[in-house]
Design a binder for this molecule. Structure first.
Ligand code: MRU
Length: 348
């Protein structure tokens, strides 16, 4: 199993995904600034994985703080929170992790500063462990939507590398295979950063799940041939109405699925669901460096000074989504309110 991020001997170790699959190398972060750099530069990427990195970055930042009391400790932590929050705007998991760390501190303020530093490390490790369990549960719910013989299309990488180490969109695929189902996966290469080609194809091959790589513009023709039975993708943020932000190109894929009557599923841990926003219009979309579009593997492929757009994500309206697979079950977008109720009122 891939270990995209770990807490090792008081430091954060991340697998440098920007160099995969050509080079397997690790980066050790001694301070929160390095963790923030890693998130920005996509050494670590994928919504749940950057949520875990955010929590570990906070724990790391806290270790160096000298404070006489709780209030001073919190004050000195603020720059750590904001540096990490400002790395990438679309995935809600970063804000989710920081809120969880902050609330934990507030609930244990009487422990004293030194003990709180340990509490933060333990919580960050717990977030990582929980994420793997959550993904396995998503896998068990999602697996039921897959029949033996199915071919599944996916976009970007929502696998082990994008999470604590199991995968959201790949969770149902891994579980289906473990249950003895015979499946195939079509992986979109996912321009411009090629997460599908570099990461998803590599992961699935490692897991011995049959995978075929296509360029993004091939999906429609392959669907028209009747070669795809369902789509499963991950998400960076789900709004209250079921609109879903995910890697650029997800929207086009969802429309293609609708046209070809192919069910379109989104695998989403609760840490990626933002009940505070009513719809996808409120999701900030990260615009990345134009070089990601004009260059491939460091080589320029476009005219010098050409005007470029590079939104890293798009929003798929809820009407294109068949269902959202969470660790609490499978919900139609219009039924997300039931999930919200279930979380707010766990006894019902
Ligand atoms: O820019 P990235 O590589 O961080 O984008 C990742 C995605 O869009 C994933 O599909 C999403 O974060 C879900 S990961 C389980």
């Amino acid at each position: 199993m891939f270990k995209p991020i770990e807490w090792v001997n008081g430091k954060v170790r991340m697998l440098d995904q920007s160099r995969l699959p050509v080079k397997v190398s690790y980066i050790t972060c001694n301070d929160y600034q390095k963790v923030a750099e890693g998130i920005k530069k996509l050494w670590i990427r994928g919504a749940p994985a950057i949520g875990i990195a955010a929590a570990m970055g906070v724990a790391l930042g806290a270790q160096k703080i000298k404070a006489k009391n709780f209030d001073e400790f919190m004050r000195r932590l603020e720059p750590v929170f904001s540096a990490i929050l400002s790395t990438r705007p679309t995935a809600v998991n970063i804000a989710w992790a920081i809120k969880r760390m902050r609330n934990l501190l507030l609930s244990k303020k009487t422990l004293g500063v030194e003990k709180l530093k340990t509490v933060l490390i333990e919580e960050a490790k717990k977030i990582l462990k929980e994420d793997i369990e959550v993904n396995k549960t998503i896998g068990r719910y999602g697996e039921k939507l897959i029949k033996s013989g199915d071919t599944i299309i996916t976009h970007c990488n929502a696998g082990a590398l994008a999470t604590g180490g199991y995968g959201t969109a790949t969770g149902p695929m891994r579980t289906a295979v473990a249950e003895g189902k015979n499946i195939q996966v079509i992986a979109d290469e996912t321009r411009p950063v090629l997460q599908g080609a570099r990461l998803t194809a590599c992961e699935l091959m490692n897991d011995k799940i049959p995978v075929t790589l296509i360029t993004d513009n091939m999906a429609g023709a392959i669907m028209k041939n009747g070669e795809i039975n369902l789509a499963i993708v991950g998400t960076d943020r789900v709004a209250r109405n079921g609109d879903v932000a995910n890697k650029i190109g997800t929207y086009s894929l969802a429309i293609l699925c609708k046209e070809h009557k192919i069910p379109f599923y989104v695998a989403a841990p609760l840490s990626s669901i933002d009940f505070s926003i009513p719809s996808g219009e409120f999701i900030p979309i990260e615009e990345r460096d134009s070089k990601e579009v004009t260059h491939i593997a460091g080589k320029r492929i476009a005219p010098l000074n050409v005007k470029v757009r590079n939104p890293a994500f798009d929003v798929t309206p809820a009407k294109y989504i068949t269902a959202i697979i969470t660790e609490k079950g499978v919900f139609k977008p219009k039924d997300l309110y039931k999930l919200q109720r279930q979380i707010q009122n766990p006894k019902h």
